[in-house]
Design a protein around this ligand. Structure first.
Ligand SMILES: NC(=O)c1ccc[n+]([C@@H]2O[C@H](COP(=O)([O-])OP(=O)(O)OC[C@H]3O[C@@H](n4cnc5c(N)ncnc54)[C@H](OP(=O)(O)O)[C@@H]3O)[C@@H](O)[C@H]2O)c1
Length: 332
């Protein structure tokens, strides 16, 4: 697979997002299946694996750590803190906490679960608006001094927050949702990343399955699937967005790739600094997604895609009001 740069690292042009192996899209697959997907990704040339303390409240890091331990020296291991599960009397709950002591604890817990001495790329999963970004990133830079992490990243931040953080310590990567149907990074963050030499890691690059053309019936989603709470996956909104698909599927046919590959190839063509991280629970899909690195798109095809699916043609915000309040990104 082709490679791209993230700070001092070489990353496969496409990385693997490991979240759905333990969390998010309905009942996660059994660990044996997760193991098969991770090993298939390695076989397909993936050298960049993305996890977080949040995913499965630690179980995703445990899976990734166990399976990838023999391959640790060959991969770029990325994880995130500042948003994790906290035990309350009525159970574990997701808490955003960017205080230095929380970041320290999250990182130490992640290292243990990942069975490694050092995390290559450590992200602040959410900017905690009650804590100055300088304090959170300042603590993360001390993790580097202690040899626990190698480089720093931020997730779902505005250009302003990125610049403030970068003034404290260089930010190697920003990770935010980016795909044909989520164009918010084009407002300001991509530009800021380019000015600062920060790589851009695009999450949910297949639009959480929409752009694979294989999610036609929302009734197939399990009741625990987080997409059920997302405005674009509400029945009426999704039905409106599905109307965009026939023309999109026709472009994939014309190019000679699958719809998911078209979504990933479009991202790779947005700049050499962009690294998509699709997520999948399927060995076949992991192979298919990684083959997208070979797909070439002409300027005419890129123009057609841009006109077809963009922030003016997609219906509905990507997040609920509650989730939107927890992120810091600019919005169309
Ligand atoms: N920083 C953050 O706040 C944040 C938030 C969300 C995600 N992330 C990261 O980004 C990663 C990717 O996010 P995501 O999982 O939402 O990405 P995604 O690839 O856009 O969506 C995953 C969905 O697409 C489907 N899919 C992927 N490839 C497919 C293919 N070739 N054919 C058919 N369906 C396909 C998967 O189904 P199958 O399982 O059936 O393949 C799954 O339902 C996560 O794993 C996580 O590491 C970060």
């Amino acid at each position: 697979m082709h490679t791209r740069r993230i700070g001092p690292f070489t990353s496969s042009a496409i990385g693997l997002g490991c979240m759905s192996l333990s969390y998010a899209y309905g009942v996660p697959p059994p660990p044996e299946q997760g193991e098969r997907v991770l090993l298939a990704a390695l076989d397909a040339g993936v050298t960049h694996f993305d996890t977080a303390a949040l995913y499965g409240y630690g179980s995703n890091e445990e899976l990734v750590g166990r399976v990838l331990k023999p391959h640790r020296q060959k991969i770029l291991l990325a994880s995130k803190g500042g948003m994790a599960g906290v035990q309350f009397p009525d159970g574990l709950k997701r808490v955003i906490d960017g205080r230095p002591e929380a970041i320290r604890r999250n990182c130490e817990d992640s290292l243990r679960r990942l069975q490694t001495d050092v995390i290559d790329l450590y992200y602040l999963h959410r900017f905690d608006k009650t804590v100055p970004i300088e304090d959170s990133v300042g603590e993360m830079s001390r993790l580097i001094e202690r040899g626990l992490v190698r480089t720093l990243g931020l997730s779902e931040v505005s250009a302003t927050t990125l610049r403030r953080a970068h003034a404290v310590h260089p930010i190697a990567a920003v990770q935010t949702e980016y795909s044909l149907w989520t164009r918010n990074p084009e407002i300001a963050v991509l530009q800021a990343c380019r000015e600062l030499g920060t790589a851009f890691v695009a999450f949910s690059p297949v639009a959480r399955k929409f752009l694979s053309g294989q999610l036609m019936d929302l009734d197939t989603l399990h009741s625990s699937d987080i997409r059920r709470g997302m405005p674009r996956f509400a029945p009426d909104t999704y039905a409106a967005n599905l109307k965009l698909l026939p023309a999109y599927l026709a472009v994939a046919k014309e190019v000679g790739c699958t719809p998911a590959q078209l979504a990933l190839a479009w991202l790779l063509h947005q700049g050499p600094d962009i690294i998509p991280i699709p997520g999948t629970t399927s060995v076949d899909h992991v192979r298919e997604d990684m083959d997208a690195a070979q797909v070439q798109l002409s300027p005419a095809v890129l123009q057609k895609l841009d006109a077809l699916i963009n922030h003016t043609t997609v219906v509905g915000p990507r997040y609920s009001a509650q989730s939107q309040s927890e992120v810091d990104t600019e919005m169309f």
